[in-house]
Structures are given as C-alpha cells and as structure tokens.
Design a protein around this ligand. Structure first.
Ligand code: PAF
Length: 287
C-alpha cells in the first residue's frame, strides 16, 4: 500500500480514528524529515511493535533560535517518502507551519525546566520548550499508543519522558539505539553539511566517547581527560560541552558518583553543530 500523506490534522485524525476503531495499535515517529538510516531504524522498529505507523515530518520553527538558520534545514519530502516505502509505514503527517501553529507562534507552551536549560539548552536557549511543545501537539493530534525516539538525542529523550510522566500523557516511549556510519560518526541530518575533512574530524566525537567508556573504571576525571585528549587532537573540532550526567536526573554527576552515567558531547565541526552520547558505568570514585 502506498503511504498516505496527511497535510492537515483532520486528514490525519480520519486515518487514526479508522485505525483505532479497527483496534489497531498506533505508533508515532516524530521527525523533521531529511531522513537517514537512524530515522529508518525508528520506522522499522515502529512497524514491528504497532499496526499503524505514522511518521511526522515537520521542521518546527519553535525549536530554532533567532540565530539558527531554519531555512538551511534540508527539506526532502519526496525522497523521505521513497525511503519509508519499504518499511510498511502507513502515513506521513507533513503539516504546514500554519496548520501546526494556527495562531502564529504558540503562546501556550510546555517548558522544559532546569534540565532544559543545560547542555543543548544552554547553547540553544528555548530549544527544548519548542521541542516539548511540538511533541505534545503531535501526541495530541495522533494519539499514538507508543512514540519512538533515537538515543542520539539523549537530552531530548530524557525531557520527553519526563514530560510524559509530568503531564500524565497516555503513551509509551520506545528508544532506539543510535545508528552510526563506519568509523563511528552518529547519523544526523546535519552530516550532509560536512566536507570530507570535516567528516573525518567529526569521527573524533565517537572516538572520544569510546575513550571515555574505556576509562570509566578509573573514575570521572579519567573519563573527561580521555575524551578531552581525543577532541583536542582534532583541530577542526570546536568543543561546545562535554559532560557526564546521571541518567535519572540528567544533572552532572559529582566525583563520588558510582553507577550508570551518560557522557554527552557537543561540538562544532566547521559550521555544523553535532552531538553524541554514550552510556558508561562509573565504577570507582576519584582518587
Ligand atoms: O528530534 C527531532 O527531529 C525533533 O526535535 C522532533 C522530536 C521531531 C521535534 O520537532
């Protein structure tokens, strides 16, 4: 069956109402398009766990800051549809900005709180309010039983999960592991902006995370030093932040912390901003 493309909320609601009436389990994969194998892994997983899969493709102006060039964000709807075809996705929801924000920019918004102003939120002020607002709108529109996100956006995953708990939203969350190129670079719609040299340098992010992981049994200082030393060796990589956080709170761990942690890294490579993360187990305290 060809993928149905709904451009309006009422078109999508017709599709979901029918499916719900037929007792189908609905999954939503929110994206901003420019799909790559990471998104396709989400679509594939969604098709395994649900009967009707909706992929939303919406470049959300509310999550872009005034200095971020939203017009530079790639828009490739026809190519995206072609890529989704083999997976059994039922519908793509591709609304206009006016459809999603009929009163202009939404004055009513979901705020991401303290964690929303750290790491990505520190560099991109207001970004996560925009993400949470649009995700809550998409959940209201599609009313899926399950929504899927990629682990690459670890802070987004944390904040969305917390919003779902805080606002008692009736939806399960499924997280899909990061898909990487050979050489380790995490797939991102932004990778297309990297030239050959920048791409080689960008691999430094995942190499730094591997170095962090293999130093985890020597405590947090060793983790940070190992990652930093890899990144400092890449002159095209301009580090934005490197942090080790507690997965329960997403706050930085202190030097006596032991247990599961996430290493976050963000850097600019040329004019392209990249993020990545890795789970580690901090086994010993700082000596
Ligand atoms: O991860 C993204 O692509 C976006 O932040 C999302 C979740 C689709 C919201 O616009």
């Amino acid at each position: 069956m060809p993928i149905a493309v709904a451009e309006t909320i009422s078109e999508l609601r017709e599709i979901t109402a029918e499916a719900r009436f037929a007792g189908k389990r609905i999954a939503l994969v929110p994206t901003m398009g420019a799909l790559h194998a990471g998104h396709l892994a989400l679509a594939q997983r969604a098709c395994e766990i649900a009967d009707l899969v909706i992929v939303s493709i919406f470049v959300n102006p509310m999550q872009f800051g005034p200095t971020e060039d939203i017009d530079r964000y790639p828009r490739t709807l026809l190519e995206d549809l072609k890529q989704l075809e083999p997976f059994g996705v039922s519908a793509v929801f591709a609304p206009s900005v006016a459809e999603m924000y009929p009163t202009g920019s939404s004055d009513t918004r979901v705020t991401a709180g303290r964690v929303g102003s750290l790491y990505e939120g520190h560099t991109r002020s207001g970004h996560f309010d925009g993400v949470l607002t649009v995700v809550s709108k998409l959940l209201n529109v599609a009313q899926p039983a399950v929504v899927l996100f990629g682990q690459k956006d670890a802070q987004q995953v944390f904040l969305v999960k917390r919003m779902i708990v805080d606002l008692n939203l009736p939806v399960a969350v499924e997280i899909v592991p990061t898909v990487r190129e050979d050489g380790g670079l995490a797939l991102s719609s932004r990778n297309r902006f990297l030239d050959v040299k920048e791409k080689r340098a960008a691999r430094g992010l995942s190499i730094a995370l591997e170095a962090a992981e293999s130093s985890a049994d020597r405590g947090i200082d060793a983790v940070l030093a190992a990652a930093q030393s890899v990144l400092m060796g890449e002159h095209l990589v301009q580090l934005d932040y490197l942090a080790v956080v507690d997965p329960q709170t997403f706050l930085p761990v202190d030097d006596v912390y032991q247990g599961r942690a996430i290493v976050l890294v963000a850097a600019r490579v040329g004019s392209t901003r990249l993020i990545d993360n890795a789970a580690i187990f901090l086994a010993t305290a700082r000596s």
